[in-house]
Design a protein around this ligand. Sequence first.
Ligand SMILES: NC(=O)C1=CN([C@@H]2O[C@H](COP(=O)(O)OP(=O)(O)OC[C@H]3O[C@@H](n4cnc5c(N)ncnc54)[C@H](OP(=O)(O)O)[C@@H]3O)[C@@H](O)[C@H]2O)C=CC1
Ligand SMILES: CC(C)(CO)C(=O)C(=O)O
Length: 352
Amino acid sequence: MTRTVTPDAVPNPRIVVFGAGSVGCYVGGRLLASGANVTLVGRRRLRDILMAHPLVLTDYQGYRSETHLTPDQFTEDASVVADADLVLVTVKSAATANAGESLAPHLRPGTPVISLQNGISNAAVLESRLPGASVSAGMVPFNVVQKQPGHFHHGTEGHLMAARTDGLDALLPTFARSGLALELRDDMLSVLWSKLLLNLNNPINALSNVPLLEELSDRDYRRCLALAQRETLELLAQAGIQTVKLTALPMSLVPRVMALPNWAFNRLASRMLAIDPVARSSMWEDLEAGRPTEVDYINGEVVRLAQSLGRTAPINRCLTELVHQCEVTRRRWPGDELLAELRSARRLAARA
Ligand SMILES: NC(=O)C1=CN([C@@H]2O[C@H](COP(=O)(O)OP(=O)(O)OC[C@H]3O[C@@H](n4cnc5c(N)ncnc54)[C@H](OP(=O)(O)O)[C@@H]3O)[C@@H](O)[C@H]2O)C=CC1
Ligand SMILES: CC(C)(CO)C(=O)C(=O)O
């Protein structure tokens, strides 16, 4: 007989994090540090580090924990999901299909799986590979950067969200105990697009090659972000997709605030979102590490939305192309040059 998962019957649910990198080690590590039963699935290079050194977690509010992992708490073997009560998928978007294929042979029917990834379509990709699982789209609003090998730092505010699906309610106390509250939502498409509107800053931050706080202090970079966000908001309105408030301001006002002069922006910024000085975008981390970026799953989603509506998205298309060029050439962009490039892309598209 097939055993289906009933997490409310499990006092200490077994959680597997698939894709132990910045988000996976931070979220999984916080759960572990609070006594949860967690196994991280990741690469050998990180396993070697974490077998020799503690997993160090810090946050922008002074949290710090050091956890010595046992050999069975970090593995390269996907079959550990066989007795999981919850799987958190934290690979980059290009690796999602492969993650689903690695999990599929081992997962019990009905196991809750949360995609803690940026972008719009990761949960759907997982669902297509894991038809028996209960897949939920999730959202990580905060930034995590690996400061040193094995030291993960959470640098901005916000709490985890996931689409309400069967079995997740019973897991909420486990997240609450870790200090990372999980909110279940019925409007996850809106949450994902709203997060994507914030992630439109990822390519700009990556191309700037400076920390988020420094980049957002430069009005030219902020104007680039405002252009990309306005273009996206117009398309979302046409598609009938609502946005939700993920910072102190409604999403529709964010581009207006981004375009403000520095003196006015600085007054509002500290009330909008707490960011510490070392935080950078995950796209910057990818570029630095010489990995392909997620730009096709962020700005590329906007370009695809435009196509589906018979429109174009020249600003987001241009950012996608510049990041792909940068993956090869390593060219970084000063704010004024990037703004000029985006405006010229928009002019050319208007003439076409
Ligand atoms: N970092 C951040 O601040 C934030 C990131 N996000 C999103 O969260 C997701 C994860 O990002 P992040 O944590 O930065 O990514 P990372 O690249 O740091 O972590 C993913 C890890 O998973 C590993 N991995 C991939 N495939 C497998 C596999 N089949 N088996 C085992 N390990 C595997 C990767 O190894 P390898 O590189 O060798 O493939 C990598 O170490 C992304 O969608 C990102 O956009 C969301 C909010 C904030
Ligand atoms: C938290 C944020 C928005 C920081 O840029 C992010 O999602 C990322 O780096 O991918």
